[in-house]
Design a protein around this ligand. Structure first.
Ligand code: PHE
Length: 455
């Protein structure tokens, strides 16, 4: 078969792919969402289910996405079409890529709002707003931010510009340059914070909370949240990993590379939990505080520790970097598709798509103020975007990727592209992609629907 080339460029090496894919996967999902949903869903048992989802479903699907992307060398939409044609199937598989485009923009809509809060908090921390403040004061600060649509729009706009600016510069000059600077910075900051948390006195309590397994606290809904989060945190089910795979060098081994990315992502989530919960317990705060955990609980802790102003600043700077590198990967598949489809420049695509996600984000941020009365099924627009993407579209996208890779593209091509040293490992992967992963997603979906209908 002729080797395809991507018109968008390619990563300099396998390590650049690892950095970029880790940049994509490590984000608000790890630092903001994981600790708070673990807190809401009771800790240990939830964490165990989440880890099982990463290993059993997430890693195999990430391998599938990367291999499909590298084989097709185009945006996810066109890759699905091209590969479907290659195996003599329907071009309509391209629709799956389009669903990913929609999911990506929806995620961006609420992601950018939270990233905007993070940017605001970088400034608050630097100004010393947390110093000596109690829960009430920080709660009021956060509530004040949420109630002010103008301020939210400013931060959200800044974030969209930061992300679209990088994507507009292209794969080599934009994404690669940004990733090479941001990722080392991110790891240094995280390590610093972790060392602080380990020496802070309540570390043991945090370890107990995250790893003490009590299954009586687990519901089917919690399992769905864990599964959905495995997709969200690994950036699966909407084409991010596919598009990054399409820029991957031909000779790099996919299995080993994906393992490194997933391991780093998991380590960062656990490290974030282990950095956050000691501070929560030390200050007798509530681990189940929800989305506000990072924005209310944590600043209170920062406000009461030595060097808290610096640590608070470093922490939110780190979160901003993580969010930035993830959001780049939310926009890239969409931009790549529009550039291929409409033959416009990257800059034009970024302006148009940046505009669309900006509007979505503005819609999402009104959920906390002027649009708070608007709700559907008990969820405001912001929650709806989060729920529909993480708990519905991404797992569904992942399920269809399994079906496409396992049943349509099939054994010969996936084997060739993965070119694993061990035939046994390949067979195990193929079995998981064909049966185990799709069944797991289906069971969790059905159990949830059942639970909703039944009660
Ligand atoms: N993985 C990112 C995070 O954990 C979010 C993301 C989801 C990015 C889907 C790209 C695609 O924050």
């Amino acid at each position: 078969m002729r080797d395809r080339q991507s018109i968008h460029g390619s990563w300099a090496s396998r390590w650049t792919f690892i950095l970029a894919a880790t940049g994509s996967s490590v984000g608000l999902g790890n630092i903001w969402k994981f600790p708070y949903i673990a807190g809401e869903n009771g800790g240990g048992a939830f964490v165990l289910v989440y880890l099982a989802c990463i290993g059993l479903v997430g890693i195999p699907i990430m391998m599938a996405e990367v291999l499909l992307g590298r084989r097709g060398r185009q945006s996810p939409t066109n890759t699905f079409r091209e590969l479907a044609v290659e195996v003599g199937s329907s071009r309509r598989w391209a629709w799956l890529g389009l669903c990913g485009v929609v999911a990506g923009m929806m995620i961006f809509g609420f992601y950018s709002v939270v990233s905007g809060w993070v940017l605001a908090y970088v400034v608050y921390a630097a100004e010393g707003s947390f110093v000596g403040a109690g829960v009430d004061q920080i709660g009021a600060l956060f509530a004040g931010l949420l109630a002010d649509p103008q301020e939210l729009v400013i931060w959200h706009t800044l974030f969209v510009i930061l992300v679209a600016g990088v994507v507009a510069r292209g794969v080599t000059k934009g994404l690669e340059v940004a990733i090479r600077i941001l990722m080392p910075l991110l790891f240094i900051l995280l390590l610093l914070l972790l060392v602080y948390a380990m020496t802070s006195g309540a570390f043991g309590q945090a370890v107990y909370f995250l790893f003490h397994v009590d299954f009586s606290a687990l519901s089917w809904n919690a399992v769905l949240v864990a599964l959905g989060h495995a997709f969200f945190t690994l950036s699966l089910g909407m084409g991010s990993m596919m598009v990054y795979g399409s820029y991957m060098p031909k000779n790099a081994s996919i299995g080993g590379t994906v393992l490194i990315v997933a391991a780093l992502d998991t380590l960062v989530a656990l490290a974030a939990g282990l950095a956050i919960f000691p501070l929560v317990f030390l200050n007798q705060l509530d681990p189940g505080a929800g989305p506000g955990l990072m924005f209310v609980t944590l600043p209170v802790a920062f406000g009461h520790m030595d060097g808290g102003q610096i640590f608070g600043f470093l922490f939110f700077a780190m979160v901003a970097i993580a969010a930035w590198s993830s959001a780049i990967s939310l926009l890239e598949p969409v931009v790549a598709y529009v550039v291929e489809r409409f033959r416009i420049s990257r800059l034009e695509a970024c302006v148009i798509l940046g505009g669309i996600v900006w509007v979505l984000g503005v819609g999402a941020l009104t959920s906390f103020n002027i649009g708070s009365q608007w709700s559907l099924g008990g969820m405001n627009f912001f929650d709806l975007l989060d729920f529909l993407t993480a708990n519905v579209l991404l797992p569904l996208g992942g399920l269809l990727v399994c079906i496409f890779a396992g049943w349509w593209v099939g054994r010969r091509i996936t084997r060739e592209e993965l070119s694993m040293r061990s035939e046994w490992v390949f067979t195990a992967w193929f079995f998981v992609i064909r049966y185990v992963a799709p069944a797991a997603v289906a069971v969790v979906f059905i159990a949830n629907l059942w639970q909703k209908v039944a009660g």
